[in-house]
Design a binder for this molecule. Structure first.
Ligand code: SAM
Length: 330
């Protein structure tokens, strides 16, 4: 008997239905307004060390955190709210969480929304960079700190949240252990990360599709910087190793472009195309140079990626992984 294909973790995933909109795919979409405003926060730490390189501001990690990147993060927030039906958290934390920390809070947009929605919670957003606004809910504070070191922000948390952070830190298993130590018994950790890859279900994407090659190159470059950009599928196993129980996973397909039939997914795809396009410059500035590419090579390659992003004929998508795990009671 002929052996069938090997089972994969994606068996049983729904295929995104393709629409027939052509270039008119995004004309009737009505993206939510998002507030990309950012103001200065008081700087209390020596961690505030930035340099300008390639015309973009850089801190400790190789993706810049300048205005373009901050707007991109806020747009990703709007996109994942569309994708996940407006859910800020998936772990069963109840209606009255008390102490919550957002690791690598970025512009603080998740922490602000969370603090607004859960007035019972004292929320702390922590980041290497003081890029958060100063007009914030009274139950929220921001702190500049490196979450890979001992936390300045205390202990006994009900929820540790880390979105789009796992692929950036040098030692994610260590960060999980630190989170475990700083949670209350019965408290939850939740992570949310993109796959940093594209896939396709209907054969329209060839292996040399520039967007696919782009993500492979980003992965190669980030490996040189010592981070695992495609860690998202393995986070659950790492949570279990760190001692978490009741580990659960939700995976969402994220179309690139407005090719899906479903209107929400078309809007998500519009966002995804935009945030990916806005990431090209960030990827070019340090990571691709690290691969030994010349400026001219980078420019030519990125032009091909931009053309690929504009194509609705290739039905590719990334994945968004949400993992939650609980610190055992007692
Ligand atoms: C991709 S952004 C995600 C922002 C936010 N979590 C969100 O989803 O909107 C990653 C953020 O993590 C921060 N970061 C990276 N490594 C960090 C570390 N070791 N300690 C604290 N923040 C860190 C960066 O400064 C950046 O603002």
């Amino acid at each position: 008997m002929a052996a069938g294909p090997e089972p994969t973790e994606y068996d049983g995933e729904a295929v995104i239905e393709v629409g027939d909109y052509g270039d008119a795919g995004d004309s009737d979409l009505d993206p939510l307004d998002f507030d990309a405003e950012s103001a200065n926060t008081s700087i209390t730490s020596s961690i505030y060390k930035h340099s300008y390189e390639n015309g973009r501001r850089d801190g400790k990690y190789p993706i810049p955190n300048d205005d373009i990147e901050q707007n991109r993060e806020d747009m990703k927030h709007a996109m994942v709210l569309e994708l996940t039906d407006g859910k800020l958290v998936h772990a069963p934390i109840g209606d009255n969480p008390q102490k919550v920390i957002d690791l690598g809070t970025g512009t603080g947009i998740w922490a602000i929304d969370f603090a607004d929605k859960y007035p019972s919670a004292q929320v702390t957003g922590v980041d290497l960079s003081p890029i958060q606004p100063s007009w914030i809910p009274p139950n929220l504070k921001f702190l500049v700190d490196d979450v890979e070191d001992e936390w300045l922000a205390g202990t006994d948390y009900d929820l540790v949240y880390a979105r789009n952070l796992a692929p950036l830190v040098k030692d994610f298993p260590k960060l999980l252990k630190r989170s475990f130590e700083n949670l209350k018994p019965g408290g939850w950790i939740e992570t949310a990360d993109f796959s940093a890859n594209v896939d396709c279900d209907d054969g329209t994407m060839k292996p040399d599709w520039p967007l696919k090659v782009f993500w492979d190159k980003v992965q190669d470059a980030m490996t040189i910087f010592g981070t695992e950009i495609r860690v998202a599928p393995r986070v659950g196993a790492l949570m279990a190793e760190a001692g978490f129980v009741n580990v659960t996973r939700k995976v969402f397909k994220v179309p690139v472009g407005t090719w899906p039939l479903d209107k929400t997914l078309r809007l998500v795809g519009l966002y995804m195309r935009t945030v990916t396009g806005d990431f090209l410059g960030a990827a070019a500035s340090k990571p691709f140079q690290k691969l030994g590419m010349s400026e001219a090579e980078i420019e030519v390659f990125l032009a091909s990626v931009r053309r690929a992003l504009g194509s609705e004929a290739v039905h590719c998508y990334g994945r968004y992984y949400v993992w939650s795990g609980q610190k055992p009671e007692g």
